[in-house]
Ligand binder design. Structure first.
Ligand SMILES: [Zn+2]
Length: 141
């Protein structure tokens, strides 16, 4: 009789499971990295802001404008891609707002994919899905 090998344990099984996930997944929200939020004095910084915006194929300035508008705050994006908000905003609030941005301005309302692009034609903004091709008009920010 063959012995069960040591390495064939629970962690290995988990690893194998995770390895298979990307192929099976239809929509990739887990690929969007979590916001790295830090508080510096009375300011709030999102350190990986540009990086996250690159992943969701959005202009950081558009996403920043949305967040600032919702927060009624002022802020700026520096050349290294760090987004600084000139007020103290809780992680919970920021994450919730960012999720709302994703739901409204990134996620395809037809198939649920996050692989979409935003087209601006004057005052008309359209989300076009790269997965299914659906086009959804959205409110300009
Ligand atoms: Zn779609």
């Amino acid at each position: 009789m063959k012995m069960v090998e040591d390495k064939f344990n629970y962690m290995d099984l988990l690893d194998r499971l995770y390895e298979k996930l990307p192929e099976r997944r239809v929509t990739p929200p887990p690929d969007i990295p979590p916001l790295e939020i830090v508080h510096v004095g009375a300011q709030t910084k999102i350190r990986n802001f540009k990086n996250v915006c690159d992943v969701i194929l959005r202009d950081p300035r558009i996403c920043a404008r949305y967040l600032l508008k919702e927060l009624a705050a002022r802020g700026t994006i520096d050349e290294s891609g760090v987004f600084t908000i000139y007020s103290r905003v809780s992680m919970h609030t920021l994450n919730q707002l960012f999720k709302r941005f994703l739901d409204t301005y990134v996620k395809c309302s037809t198939c649920g994919s996050y692989q979409t692009e935003l087209r601006r034609q004057g005052k008309v903004w359209i989300i076009r899905c790269l997965a299914c091709g659906a086009e959804t008009p959205v409110k300009p920010i």
